[in-house]
Write a protein that binds this ligand. Structure first.
Ligand SMILES: NC(=O)C1=CN([C@@H]2O[C@H](COP(=O)(O)OP(=O)(O)OC[C@H]3O[C@@H](n4cnc5c(N)ncnc54)[C@H](O)[C@@H]3O)[C@@H](O)[C@H]2O)C=CC1
Ligand SMILES: O=C(O)[C@@H]1CCC=N1
Length: 268
């Protein structure tokens, strides 16, 4: 069973690393990558064979589409003649619908849509997967199998993928922005940048572990930190006054809307 990854940038590499870590031999994985220097880097790092898009599709049973959303149409046009019924195409491009992909491929090609996120690089990814019109349980299972060593996955109806993109696809960026802001605030309070970074990174990591391991609702965990009349209450009051919760609502609606716009081919 050969898997081809078309477009091996940030997300493509996370998948490639995960697939290899999951035990699939490198001889069963092909890459197609437009930038020659990137292709050379991938071969050096993973020993992977890099071929052109059409050859990758010709030789693969399963094809992962990991180019930017606006490159998906041109790449599909380039490979359509090499695709055949029985193949599975898994698209990871934000906003691109399964019907967009299906319309550009021969009938009988199964399409599955996935929204991953970058913690996949360290095996802590969150992916949501949806079937297209011609894909069944075996295709979803195949996609789940490929994603297994990159983290967790859930199945969602495709109409929820724009919301998923706003929550978990883009989500790591919100967390990293919080990390940046807390580090800078620590520096303002007189901590060295090194100390502030250590404090913030471990606080975020520890808080995430606490959420996961206790299974407690975040409200309960937040209340446990917030002593009556104490320091946390003083800080949270400022965040509430700044409109943090409303900001998240507005921000995630903007991400959801941008995902919808990408699906109608709106340019960058
Ligand atoms: N980076 C992220 O956090 C996430 C990205 N995605 C999706 O993953 C896809 C890829 O995103 P990134 O990896 O961040 O972008 P990227 O720009 O790092 O990677 C895209 C790769 O595709 C290559 N490429 C471009 N045109 C090509 C062509 N015609 N043939 C072969 N290779 C080609 C580029 O050289 C590049 O290496 C996007 O559709 C994005 O929506 C989804 C969820 C999260
Ligand atoms: O920003 C983007 O469009 C992609 C999709 C989700 C995360 N990164």
């Amino acid at each position: 069973m050969t898997v081809a990854i078309l477009g091996v940038g940030v997300m493509g590499e996370a998948l490639l690393a995960g697939i290899l870590q999951g035990g699939r031999p490198v001889s069963e994985v092909l890459a197609a990558e437009k930038r020659p220097e990137r292709a050379a880097e991938l071969t050096e790092r993973y020993g992977i064979e890099v071929v052109d898009n059409a050859e990758a599709v010709k030789r693969a049973d399963t094809v992962l589409l990991v180019v930017k959303p606006y490159d998906v149409g041109p790449v599909l046009d380039e490979v359509a003649a090499s695709a055949r019924p029985g193949q599975l195409f898994v698209s990871l491009a934000a906003g691109i619908t399964t019907s967009f992909v299906e319309a550009r491929l021969p009938g009988g090609v199964a399409v599955v849509r996935v929204m991953p996120n970058t913690p996949a690089l360290v095996g802590e990814g969150m992916a949501a997967i949806s079937p297209g019109s011609f894909s069944g349980d075996e295709h979803l299972a195949e996609a789940e199998d490929l994603l297994r060593s990159t983290g967790r996955s859930v199945r969602v109806p495709e109409k929820q993928q724009d919301a998923v993109t706003a929550v978990s696809g883009s989500g790591p960026a919100y967390v990293f922005m919080v990390a940046e802001a807390m580090i800078e605030a620590g520096v303002h309070l007189g901590l060295t940048r090194v100390t502030a970074t250590e404090l913030v990174v471990q606080t975020l990591t520890g808080s995430a572990a606490l959420l996961r391991e206790t299974g407690e609702h975040p409200t309960v965990l937040r209340e446990r930190v917030t002593s009556p009349g104490g320091t946390t209450a003083a800080a949270l009051r400022k965040l509430e006054e700044g409109g943090l919760r409303a900001d998240f609502l507005v921000a995630l609606e903007a991400a959801r809307d941008r995902s919808r716009a990408l699906s109608s081919g709106e340019p960058v």
